[in-house]
Design a protein. Structure first.
Length: 81
């Protein structure tokens, strides 16, 4: 085998192990299945949060009366127009 090819292969292997170590250090794993699973879970959580943000409005209030799971009383002066 040509010496330059062997050096190139060795360099690539060293770089792969460095990347693996960095993944282990930063993410706690270098397993692609686990990383992808975590990525898709985070994507799902983010979509759920954006959907929640689109469907609900934040209102500063010191008191809220919850009548049931489906209805809440908020003082009129707390509603911004």
């Amino acid at each position: 085998m040509d010496n330059s090819i062997a050096e190139n292969l060795e360099s690539q292997i060293v770089n792969l192990y460095k990347e693996k170590e960095e993944l282990e250090s930063q993410l706690g794993t270098s397993d692609t299945d686990m990383i992808l699973e975590e990525f898709y879970q985070l994507e799902s959580d983010l979509k759920r949060l954006y959907k929640f943000k689109e469907n609900y409005k934040r209102i500063d209030s010191k008191q809220i009366i919850i009548e049931s799971i489906r209805s809440v009383y908020i003082p009129n002066n707390r509603l911004s127009k």
